[in-house]
Design a protein around this ligand. Structure first.
Ligand SMILES: [Zn+2]
Length: 444
């Protein structure tokens, strides 16, 4: 062990090229990304719209071809068909419960989310890709009106179904949950119920990729960036000790931020004409999403994907034409090629998380004396063959430097912990990287 430590330290000292490594595609992931099909995505959006409404309060009037539970049962059948390719590793279930009446709602209502779980080979690693299938017209408690919900959020349900389809045959190290939640529009109900169940069972959820409104490429103000998707990430985990965050300066390095940086780095490797715009904010103003339920349940690595430019005349509107303007969330406003790239971005990130190495555990920065360099130590990660120390100036948004320190569990780099932000990530034999882990400073 000592020889290994010394070898690692020597390697770090000799390596003077501190540029971030250029990541290259890993063929099995590129293959999954390449299978994402725009025609299937559009067809699934159209099928969801055909249920007429997916409003929570259509649950009592639902039939196999109409209403929220008609849509729920159709989604479950799609997952079951996908599961046939997974050799018994994928199970489909409903997370059903009775939601009590709230000040916003007329009565209690049954909620029922669809959950497909693709079991991985390593314990301790669960990754979630989520969406919500409920929707709204101009009144979110109207179970009788027409609510197409093509973009909000048929687009993401289609993406989750398509991701499950292209990923089901692969044997992943981590377990992947493909979730389609009910009750988002009325208070994040379905995700809240499910996240609390996971927390009660101490399920180790390492990342949540929540998708909500990802299929339209032209904003209501006419702006369009068809090669950009936004990823929102919360600054500080819910319940964090703000005094400690200020002390160590970790306000821009929460697990959500590290996950956001990871996604932004991985996506262009597999989709060269597509990039992630990181928004350092929990969500848009006056809006929210299911990622918040995971934050609230203590799962701090939870981010939201949303299209680059939204059209607010389509969302939560009664279908109508007014002064020549078409209102309503209709399927003809979906850009299937944009939705394909948004889905591919999820598949690239999710597959890298679940196929790649586990992140280093219990990462610490031991503080023994004043000094000019920085030591990090960590617990070994499953499937890691080496580790990379990453750093950047405290006012830089993205990682600027990296140094591979070999297969060690402690390393010292000649970088000032006072002037830079420093973290570590795992590297596996295929060159896949885990998200970076920010250290806990430990005075010794
Ligand atoms: Zn939504």
């Amino acid at each position: 062990m000592k020889a290994l430590l010394l070898a690692g330290a020597l390697l770090a000292a000799l390596d003077s090229d501190n540029a971030l490594p250029a990541l290259t595609p890993y063929a099995p992931i590129a293959n999954m990304v390449g299978q994402v099909d725009a025609g299937r995505l559009q067809a699934n959006v159209n099928r969801l719209v055909a249920f007429g409404t997916r409003n929570d309060f259509s649950e009592r009037s639902s039939t196999p071809s109409h209403g929220v539970f008609g849509a729920r049962d159709w989604i479950a059948r799609q997952f079951e068909a996908v599961a046939a390719a997974a050799g018994g590793r994928m199970t489909v279930s409903l997370d059903t419960y009775m939601q009590t009446k709230t000040p916003r709602t007329p009565r209690a209502v049954q909620e029922s989310s669809v959950i497909a779980t693709l079991r991985g080979s390593e314990p301790g690693r669960v990754y979630i890709m989520s969406s919500h299938f409920d929707d709204c017209d101009g009144h979110c408690t109207d179970g009788a009106g027409t609510a197409p919900g093509a973009d909000d959020n048929g687009s993401s349900v289609a993406a989750v179904l398509e991701a499950a389809r292209v990923m089901a045959a692969t044997r992943f190290r981590g377990t992947i949950v493909f979730a389609c939640f009910d009750g988002e529009e009325l208070g994040l109900w379905g995700s809240n119920h499910y996240a609390r169940e996971l927390a009660a069972r101490h399920t180790p959820v390492l990342a949540v990729l929540n998708d909500d409104i990802i299929g339209n490429s032209v904003g209501g103000d006419g702006r369009s960036e068809p090669n950009v998707i936004r990823v929102f990430s919360q600054a500080v985990p819910s319940g964090a000790d703000v005094a400690r965050v200020n002390l160590v300066g970790s306000e821009n390095d929460s697990p959500s931020r590290e996950l956001s940086r990871f996604v932004a780095e991985v996506v262009p490797v597999y989709i060269p004409d597509f990039s992630v715009r990181q928004i350092y904010r929990a969500d848009r103003f006056m809006r929210g999403g299911d990622q918040e339920s995971f934050q609230d349940a203590g799962y701090a690595a939870a981010i939201r994907f949303v299209e680059a430019h939204e059209n607010f005349t389509h969302q939560h509107q009664d279908v109508r034409v007014e002064d020549g303007v078409q209102y309503g969330d209709l399927p003809q406003f979906i850009d299937a090629q944009y939705l394909r790239r948004a889905t591919q971005a999820n598949v690239a990130a999710l597959a890298t998380l679940a196929l790649g190495p586990a992140p280093p555990g219990s990462v610490q920065m031991p503080l023994r004396r004043l000094g000019y360099d920085t030591t990090l130590r960590w617990k070994p990660a499953a499937a890691a063959v080496s580790y990379e120390i990453l750093w950047r100036a405290t006012d830089a948004a993205q990682w600027e430097h990296a140094r591979n320190v070999g297969n060690v569990t402690e390393a010292t780099v000649s970088v000032s912990k006072d002037d830079d932000v420093i973290a570590v990530r795992s590297v596996d034999e295929n060159g896949l990287r885990s998200p970076a882990v920010y250290p806990v400073a430990a005075r010794e």
